[in-house]
Design a protein around this ligand. Sequence first.
Ligand code: FE
Length: 263
Amino acid sequence: MPGFENSHGGAADRIGPAAIMECRICWSAYDPAAGDAYRQVLPGTPFAALPDDWTCPTCDAPRAQFMLREDPEAAADLAHVEALSAALVADFREIWHARMRDVPLVNKALGVEAVGFASHGGRPLGVLVSPWCMNLVMLPARGEDWSALVPGEKEVIGFPSGEYEFLHNVRPMVGGYKACSLFSPMADFASQLQAVEVARAVMVQLFLAENRAETDRSAEIRAARTAALAEAAPGADAPDAAPSRRKVISAGLAGDTAPGTAR
Ligand code: FE
């Protein structure tokens, strides 16, 4: 949204076209559905598309004085995140009961849980904890169809902390998703609480640019994945053939919350 960032900082990127804005001087609202008849702004004009010299119809305050009151897009994004992360959990619970319960490498102290899922440019992003793996998972945005993803296909996705290799996969309930393996198996975790704390820490570390030098080693990650894939059948759901902690953003995190230090 060119010319818009200055007045609202980074938050402007997240304001949808239907967002209702409010003057912080007199509390008058600008609703895109209504437009501004006085200034001949047509209904359906997003706040970001208002002329630069547009001012508050009531108090004449400059456009920069307007702040977000309500964003229907953000509310819909939130509902989408909740629905899709719940479907992901349902899929992994089904895998757990159908295929994984009797696999020796599973950690029976753990359960399937979606941690820290939030909209990342409209796409739900968070960490899925299970008794056999911890994955960073990206899900499709509203209206996006990932059902044709090819399971086992790789994709490198960039975050402020570095580049991460994701594997594509498709499940009956959630549909297509992209998963970056953080830990597998999960033997090092003493409790669900500890695993969830590590998952929360991952979601923070992922967006810290200061981690970039330490984590920017996609070639090394790719080599590790290739070795694991050579031994295991494609698919992110099976425990890796060579059990190893993924030192991506997860480097040292399990150790930081070792048994005894977990709250
Ligand atoms: Fe005003």
